[in-house]
Design a protein around this ligand. Structure first.
Ligand code: GLU
Length: 417
């Protein structure tokens, strides 16, 4: 860690502390929320394609389940750390509470480099990981989902491994599955759909007309690339996007379909015809109306926050803004729609998927999207109003609302024994 602010769990605990002061959180509840309820650390020996055995390290952190079963994605990344997974599990807890779905929060991570692994190596890592945590997950315990570098195929392997262990098919044990296995319509692009609904609502509050507005997107994975599609649908011009290989810019706007096609063919957005390459750090500082950070944690920091010119930031990524950067953005009157609200569309449709599975139903995309729209708009309104009530930025409003709900549940449950 280069600086103190780059430890995500410390950041999550700082947010808890300032929210505790704001809402006068019961000190006993605060004490209970300082540590995750359960941390699983698992060692995964996997036979690689060339025959040798490699040991992978995996985690599943279950932060709090007062409001319902643990819920949260699984991330595959070479830079996964336990503190990162702990932070992400904490944010999942607040996220499910913000959109008022009956879940707690968890997160999983495996330290690996999926870009340099074959499909069958990824499958063996996934199955071994699932077997190692199988006693602690399940439809009423903890329901995993995709996150960075995991997808519906990963969920299919988890579903199969879990079901083989149980001896019967348990489609409701994971969300973000392929539709053929009980996945929900609309789940694939729900994180971005929710994020752009938030950007739209924020623009309404600031009276920024969306037709002709400009945007920049950092990260062009699932959330970033679909955000480009939905922004374009609203008449917003996406002038810059980036991925791990670099950033591109075009003042006339980058067509989302062409950009995605180029990324799929070439493995990066860099080199798209009609675009110029820019420094990735410059993307965050462009003079645009809307900025969508859709990559990893700690993108907007004390070092670059003062150069951000966007009026609205809608956080598709988890934890892209450090607390120090938040104070600078607040001073500069940037409206930040925080991650726990802005990227809650994914877990909201995960919840709808789980409800469909438990009831053995399959809804249309229109039915799913209508419920997502309703849940996002009402959560946005609740967070916005809470932020006004306390005269604080929207992140603090969202944290106040969500932590209060979790705290109320903890108090009602009491402590056993
Ligand atoms: N990984 C996503 C997130 O961070 C989705 C989690 C889920 O659907 O459970 O919100």
């Amino acid at each position: 860690m280069s600086s103190k602010e780059s430890n995500p769990y410390e950041n999550a605990m700082k947010q808890l502390e300032s929210t505790a002061r704001l809402i006068k959180l019961d000190p006993d509840v605060h004490e209970m929320l300082r540590n995750p309820k359960r941390i699983l650390s698992v060692s995964l020996p996997v036979k690689m394609d060339d025959g040798h055995v490699k040991n992978f390290q995996g985690y599943r952190v279950q932060y709090n389940d007062a409001r319902g079963p643990f819920k949260g994605g699984i991330r595959y990344h070479p830079k996964v750390t336990l503190d990162e997974v702990k932070a992400l599990a904490t944010w999942m807890t607040w996220k499910c509470s913000v959109v008022d779905i009956p879940y707690g929060g968890a997160k999983g991570g495996v330290i690996c480099d999926p870009k340099n692994m074959s499909n069958s190596e990824k499958e063996r890592v996934t199955r071994r990981y699932t077997a190692m945590i199988a006693d602690f997950i399940g439809p009423y315990r903890d329901v995993p989902a995709p996150d960075v570098y995991t997808d519906s195929q990963t969920m299919a392997w988890i579903l199969d491994t879990y079901s083989q262990i149980k001896g019967y098919q348990v489609p409701e044990c994971v969300t973000g599955k392929p539709i053929a296995l009980g996945g929900s319509e609309g789940r694939n692009n729900s994180t971005a759909r929710g994020c752009i609904i938030c950007a739209r609502e924020a623009a309404k509050q600031l009276k920024v007309p969306l037709k002709g507005a400009t945007a920049a997107i950092q990260g062009y994975g699932n959330a970033g690339s679909w955000s480009a599609v939905f922004l374009q649908e609203l008449g917003v011009k996406v002038v810059a996007v980036s991925d791990s290989q670099g950033a591109i810019y075009s003042k006339n706007g980058l067509d989302s379909a062409k950009t995605l096609k180029h990324k799929e063919e070439k493995g990066s957005v860099v080199g798209l015809g009609g675009s110029e390459q820019i420094e990735p750090e410059k993307l965050l500082e462009l003079d645009v109306d809307i900025l969508v950070p859709a990559a990893l944690e700690n993108s907007i920091t004390a070092d670059n926050a003062r150069n951000v010119k966007a009026k609205i930031i809608s956080e598709a990524a988890n934890g892209p803004t450090t607390p120090e950067a938040d104070s600078i953005l607040e001073r500069n009157k940037v409206l930040v729609v925080p991650d726990i609200l802005a990227n809650a569309g994914g877990v909201t449709v995960s919840y709808l998927e789980w409800v469909q599975n438990l009831n053995r139903q399959h809804w249309t995309e229109e039915q799913v999207n209508a419920q997502l729209e309703q849940k996002m708009v009402s959560a946005f309104k609740a967070c916005y109003e809470t932020s006004k009530k306390y005269s604080v930025p929207m992140r603090s409003g969202a944290l106040a609302l969500s932590i209060k709900r979790v705290a109320d549940a903890i108090k009602l449950l009491g402590i056993w024994p």
